[in-house]
Ligand binder design. Structure first.
Ligand code: PLP
Length: 352
């Protein structure tokens, strides 16, 4: 740290993403919830056609991309705004809708970036712990005063709330914003996008990083009423009007042009997930039912961190969180069937 860094940032603890190790060809990488299936050839061909070259700035309104994604969602283009990954959409929501009288409210066990967004923006936050079975405490969330941030499905548990349950939070207090982070919604959950026409206080974020195989390109979206999207556009254009780059625009349009490949990949991932859950439970693991492209599992036979280390020795990388309540769990991304075979074989070997 230099002596010039302002006081307000001196205690900032940045978000720590999962590792991106070298030598990927030798590793089974199941730690950051990427899609194991690349974009289809058709999607890449459409992207190549759309690419205008890099000497020009992108369209700051992102009209073509907004039209295409809005059409897929069944909303109006004025209800969507593209962002540099959905992390940027979340950051803008913290900036726009949290403050002294409206702290950011989120569970203890959820996306680890929420407390960092709050801290980096100098915003107060309030934690509402998950219940003992790692489900959301809807009553406590309902009573909380502030802007709610709900990952649905939640990470790292994979647990899902129904649209009715989210709607109960949204309807309970029309003066409070509920942000629904739908990073994993395409793996078996039902999206809350249908709520945006009826409620002006619900904002949804989605990403092309997981279900649409584009983690490396950084494309996400905020989805909400025209008024909310106008707020976020004001902030975006005050900080970074070209927030989404031309390649992400072109490949985003490409991804949207091949719905069959999108559906095939996510169905395959869901099928592999269910099979993997069965195999891990047969090995004695407790696995939380998952509606995402990862599972959250623990075994009474070994501490979570040791299991993480023993898998890593065998070239299999999963995610362990050094958080007391979940220290015996590991979060395991659903990869290809072959990758999951390697995982199960290693677990059998380690646990004897
Ligand atoms: C991966 C993830 C995101 C954001 O990912 P981007 O790549 O920035 O779109 C947001 N929320 C949760 C819960 C995630 O796991």
């Amino acid at each position: 740290m230099s002596r010039f860094l302002q006081e307000r940032y001196r205690d900032l603890e940045p978000y720590v993403p999962g590792e991106q190790p070298q030598g990927l060809d030798k590793l089974v990488k199941l730690n950051t919830n990427e899609n194991p299936y690349p974009l289809s050839e058709k999607a890449a061909a459409v992207a190549a056609e759309k690419l205008r070259g890099f000497q020009l700035y992108p369209d700051p309104d992102y009209a073509e991309l907004r039209n295409a994604f809005a059409a897929w969602l069944g909303v109006s283009p004025a209800q969507v705004m593209p962002t540099n990954g959905s992390d940027e959409a979340l950051d803008l929501a913290f900036k726009a809708y949290c403050g002294e009288r409206t702290p950011a409210v989120f569970p203890d066990i959820t996306y680890g970036f929420y407390p960092v967004f709050a801290a980096a923006n100098g915003l107060p936050s309030q934690i509402v712990p998950l219940r003992d079975d790692f489900t959301m405490d809807l009553d406590a969330l309902c009573d909380a005063q502030g802007t709610l941030f709900i990952a649905n499905p939640n990470a790292p548990t994979g647990a899902l709330l129904s649209v009715d349950e989210i709607e109960s939070l949204v309807a309970a207090d029309s003066d409070r914003i509920v942000v629904v982070d739908e990073a994993y919604i395409d793996f078996g959950g039902e999206s809350c996008v249908g709520l945006i026409d009826r409620y002006e206080n619900v904002l949804i974020t989605q990403t092309f990083s997981k279900s649409r195989s584009m983690a490396g390109l950084r494309l996400g979206f905020a989805i909400g009423s025209e008024a909310l999207i106008a707020d976020l556009n004001t902030l975006r254009c005050s900080m970074n009007p070209y927030n989404v780059n031309e390649a992400a625009v072109a490949y985003g349009l490409g991804a949207l042009a091949d719905e069959d490949a999108f559906d095939a990949a996510r169905q395959k991932i869901c099928a592999t997930r269910e099979e993997t859950i069965g195999r891990l439970r047969a090995l004695g693991f407790q696995v939380i039912d998952s509606y995402a492209n990862f599972i959250f599992a623990r075994t009474s036979q070994m501490a979570g961190e040791e299991l993480y280390r023993r898998l890593k020795e065998r070239g299999i990388i999963v995610r362990h969180f050094g958080v007391e309540r979940i220290e015996d769990f590991n979060r395991i991304t659903i990869g290809t069937p072959e990758q999951m075979d390697a995982l199960v074989a290693a677990l059998e070997d380690i646990l004897g």
